[in-house]
Structures are given as structure tokens and as C-alpha cells.
Design a protein. Sequence first.
Length: 345
Amino acid sequence: MNKRVTSHDVAKLAGVSRGVVSAVLNGTPGIRVSEEKRRDVLKAIEELNYSVDAQARSMRTGKSGCIAAYGNLDNPFFLQVLQGAQRVCTERGYHLLLYGYNGLESKQSLIALFNQRRIDGLLTKDVTGYADDKWAAMVKEAGLPYMSVEGYPEREDVPSVLLDYGASIRLALDELYKLTGLPPIYVELYNGPEYAPNWGDRHRLAAYKDWMREKLLPETVWTCKADGEDADWWDERLRQLPRPSALLANWSRGGLLLYRSAHRLNLRIGKELYVMAADNTMGANAYMVPALSSVEVPYLAMGEAGAGRLLDMIEGKHPQASPKLWVPATLVQRESTPGIPMVGG
């Protein structure tokens, strides 16, 4: 029979005390661990295939060593959040319980799991700007440690991980203007029968207008439905543009619709029209022809940051920390803007 690996074995291989191993796994108060020692412990854990005895730790600490992640399983960005959260949980010796979206009833059952000490906290992937006052009140009443990814941007009392959409637009505009010297046109898509932008898109549009005023450039905003059914509407606008022109779409779908219209009109993206998107919601920007430059929402990093802060809350490490974590966007320049050679020419 194989010998059971213990924390003593991990400590011996890593060259540290058992207290340091405990501090890495459990966040033991009063023990500070350097990044070098933390890496040594994690490497030893991996080499020895060491697993924490969750039941023993639960009896000792009164905690389960497990957090729940709740979101829409059909949303590919929830999977990116999960990937980031899983990475943090693995490093800190926690399990991650996946809970698919099923309305308020599912959320109430999560509170029940917390009351039964089967989970220690909850991370949710919400739609941009999500805010449910009833749910926030239920979480607070239960004392459930909670972090939302993209939710509650305007409530300072609810912890969440957010992207500064205004700053992301400025990042895109700075780069687009530096590359082209052209006044960017802002293409704003929306879903539904009526124009009703969410929190993120309101901040994007405001940032565009502020940036244009600061540069003393004329504002041009195209607002249209995301379904893209009115091909004539798109074609007429592109026909009227000078060559070259620079366009920034709030969603990657805006880039797709611009590409389709340019194809119909025999206009070359990256030569006659410079196009950038302010997100990658379709997850296809790198695969478009030519590849679409964009500001990417870093969902994996948001999952890491949210899970890390949630575990800190559970372990009482940052009781006075701001409830908001702001994660910067990543700008990826591709072939649809100048500076990268076009495929085939």
C-alpha cells in the first residue's frame, strides 16, 4: 500500500516548516510567506500529489474549503471566469463547486448550502451592470461572502470585479488615432426593440464623446440594432465615408457587420477602412479575415481576481478593503488596423 502523503512530507520537500505549508493552504493568520517559499510549497504539493483532507480541515476550522461559482453555462465567458477561479482555488487549497444558472431558486439553494457549511462563499458571473437589490439583501442577511463579476457597478456596498469600460474606450481611441491620425467614428450596437444601453455601453459612449471633445474632433456616432438585417443602412454609410476612415465598434459584432458591408462594396479592411472593436463577445476576432483589432475583456483575470478577493474575505484578510476590484482591459492590435502586414499583401 502506498504511504499516505502528509503535510510533513510537503514541508520536507519544500524545505519549509509545516506552519508555512499550512499558511499557504489555509491562510493561517500571523504567518507571512514569501513568494519564493509559496512557489516551493506549491511545487512540492504537485510533485507529491498531495491533497488536503477537506473533512479534517472543516472540523478544525468550521469551514468547508469549497466556494461555489454561479453563472450561465451557455456563456463562454463564464468558462473563462471559471478557469481563473479554479487556478486560484487550486493554489490555495479550495474546491470549486460549479452551479448553473436557474434563476432565484438556484441562488436561494446556494444560501442554504452556505448555512449547511457546505460552501464558504459565492462567486457569480453576471451580465454587465447587473444589480438585483433583493438578491444583495439576501446575501447580506445570510452573511454569505460574495463576489460578483461585472455586477453591481453603482453599489459601493456590494463586492464585485469590474472592467472600466470608459478607460477601455480611451485605450482603443488612443491607439486608433495614433495609428491613423483619423477622427474615429463610433459604431454603437444594441439588442432588443428599443435603444437601452447597459451600464458598460453608457460609459463607453460617454468616454468616446469626452475623448473627441478633448481632441477637438467632430463626433460621429452610428447607433443601430445588432441583428444587422438592414444591409442597405450599412452600405449607404460606408459609401459616404472618405477613404481611408477609422471606425470603433462597441461590440465585436459591429466589426462583423462592417466587414460584411465592406465586402459587398469591395472595400479593403486594413487599407481603406481601419476597424477596431471594443470587446470580443463573439470570441472570433482573431479568426476574422483580416483579423480584427480589439480591446479584450479579460475574463480569466477577472475570475482570478474575484476568487482571490473572495478567499481573502472568507479568511478575514482584507476586512477593510474596497468592495470593488478594477481589472484593466487588454488591447490586441491585429490586421484590421495599420502596423501589421495584411495576409496576402
